[in-house]
Design a protein around this ligand. Structure first.
Ligand code: BTN
Length: 275
């Protein structure tokens, strides 16, 4: 199979023809970033639901100015054009939820590391980068699907993992994308009708470190710490501390030693939904 064999755009679009996302699919051999390409197409009037896939990104980007490294044969990197009729702040978690639900049956577990990562067994396999562009929102995602251990970037071998490494077999990236887009389409339409709150329990079921102590780097030198209590109706993180509850709108969470003012109810497994 050539590098694009399982990412045939017409095959993917044909399977998504009747839904919100994926009815129009563009596959590039190489782009700077699929988010940039999708944003350019959105500004030219590409319909909502257009999906841009690339085999190679020359400047793939992650959150907080980080790079996103991918491989043509192993990775699934794509961006979706959305034109939401509501405030888009919960769309990152919404896409992470749809992705975790699509990944879970393939490898037996997947957890959402708030707000944008998918982790399995303590390692990251995917990330979301949502960016606004004019009146559109571009939802970008990179998933390590068929990489072998040697394909993962040097510094990330202990913290990253591919789905193939967990499933023990090569996976069809197109089939994964079709499943993910179907789940996202129905989640998104429910979100447009009723917001994030109705799906909050599903996201919390998959939330990494639920009931555990974390530190959240909110940028600008601000670090919040506390116990993960769950999510708000906007998809923000609820942290409990000795004096009450704090709502975190953005940041990067890392696990922390449990603060002394807490007791540990029944012990905790650490990662919900992960194996
Ligand atoms: C993160 O984990 O920080 C988010 C990573 C997002 C990477 C994807 S790959 C497709 C899309 N294009 C980009 O340049 N970034 C996103």
């Amino acid at each position: 199979m050539n590098a694009a064999g399982d990412l045939h755009p017409a095959r993917i679009a044909g399977r998504c023809a009747s839904q919100r996302f994926g009815h129009t699919v563009v596959l590039f051999d190489a782009v700077e970033s699929t988010n940039t390409a999708a944003s350019a197409l959105a500004s030219l009037g590409a319909p909502e639901g257009t999906v841009v896939i690339a085999l190679r990104q020359t400047a793939g980007r992650g959150r907080q100015g980080r790079r996103w490294i991918s491989t043509p044969e192993g990775s699934l990197v794509f961006s979706i054009v959305a034109r939401p009729g509501r405030e888009p702040q919960s769309l990152t978690v919404l896409l992470a939820l749809a992705a975790a639900e699509a990944i879970e049956p393939l490898v037996g577990g997947a957890a959402i590391k708030w707000p944008n990562d998918i982790w399995i067994g303590g390692r990251k396999c995917a990330g979301v980068l949502a960016e606004t562009s004019g009146g559109s929102v571009v939802l970008g995602m990179g998933i390590d699907v068929n990489e072998g251990p040697d394909d993962l970037p040097d510094g990330l071998r202990r913290t990253a993992v591919s789905l193939r490494m967990l499933a023990g077999r090569t996976l069809d990236r197109g089939a994964l994308l079709v499943d993910l887009l179907a789940r996202l389409s129905s989640r998104y339409e429910a979100w447009e009708r009723g917001g994030f709150d109705p799906m909050r329990p599903d996201a919390e079921r998959l939330l990494l470190w639920m009931g555990e102590a974390v530190e959240v780097d909110a940028g600008g030198g601000r670090i919040d710490s506390g116990i993960v209590l769950g999510l708000t109706s906007q998809g923000y993180l609820r942290l409990g501390d000795g004096s009450g509850e704090r709502i975190i709108a953005a940041g990067d969470a890392v696990r922390a030693p449990r603060p002394p003012w807490t007791s540990r109810p029944g012990g905790g497994s650490g990662e919900r939904g992960a194996r």
